[in-house]
Structure formats: C-alpha cells, structure tokens
Design a binder for this molecule. Structure first.
Ligand SMILES: [Zn+2]
Length: 156
C-alpha cells in the first residue's frame, strides 16, 4: 500500500477533526474551514481519487446522489435562494487539495445578515457548531421524510 498524506482521507477516517454534517458508505460531507459563503460545505467520496475525472465509475452515481441530498439540505438550512456547485479539476482550475471534492456554496438574492462572517477566513467556533447543527438536522429531516413517503431512491 502506498502511503501518502491526504487531508481529506484523514477527515474521512476521522484522523483529522472536521465539522462533519453527513457520512455514509460513499461520501463524507463537512464544513469548509475557510468558507466563501455561510454554510459552505464540501462533499468528498470516501475512496481517494485525485479529482472527479479519476473517480471510479461505480461510485459516481452514489456519490452524486449524496451530493444532491447534502446540497438540498444546505439550501433549506441556510434559507438560500440558490447554490453554486463547484468541483475544481487540476491546479489551473484552482484545485488545492487533490482528493475529489465538491463545493456547495449557498447564494442569496439579497445578502442575508450573518453576524461576524468573514469570507475565506477561519470563523469563530460558534459558526461551525451552529452550521453543523442546522445542516445535520435538515439532512435527518429530509431522510426521515423520504422514508415515510416510501421513495425508492431516498429523497426527491
Ligand atoms: Zn485522499
């Protein structure tokens, strides 16, 4: 086995702390430490691949389905009007960490008030704790609703 350092593999394996909002057999979702907008969340496949184009085709479907779940939860939790879904592939695209990841960045028609939010900086502890709670709770509520609705693929 080749040994190398990968921050996101460490987060997936809980060797590195992060504010995780969702984890299953395919992906791990956690708050971006240096958020561009409030609620900025990352979704990474649990199995290491350098970027989206290198992902095993057998896990792309499951990972994208989870990406949709988390993006939907972030949009609802943050009362956002829209979402930017971004995956940078390659250094020239601005990829910094070479483990496939998707950015979920909420957007609003009119800038909402988030006390003491500073883009691209490490936030106060409160920020991470409150975001983690509202996003986690929203995911649980979406999943429990879809179970009672008896949807085949979990949520709509
Ligand atoms: Zn990795």
């Amino acid at each position: 086995m080749i040994s190398y350092m990968c921050l996101f593999c460490d987060i997936v394996e809980h060797r590195q702390g992060a504010f995780i909002v969702y984890q299953d057999n395919y992906v791990t979702a956690f708050l971006d430490k240096y958020p561009i907008s409030p609620g900025h969340t990352l979704v990474v496949p649990n199995i290491h691949s350098e970027n989206f184009l290198e992902m095993d085709k057998d896990v792309v479907g499951k990972a994208c389905s989870d990406l949709k779940l988390v993006a939907k939860a972030v949009k609802i939790a943050l009362k956002a009007d829209g979402i930017r879904l971004v995956s940078n592939i390659g250094e020239s695209a601005g990829q910094v960490i070479f483990h496939t990841h998707f950015h979920i960045m909420p957007t609003w028609s009119e800038d909402p008030e988030f006390s003491s939010f500073i883009p691209r900086k490490e936030q106060a502890e409160d920020y991470y704790r409150s975001m983690q709670k509202i996003i986690t709770d929203t995911i649980k509520s979406i999943l429990s609703k879809s179970e009672t609705d008896g949807e085949v693929n979990g949520y709509s």
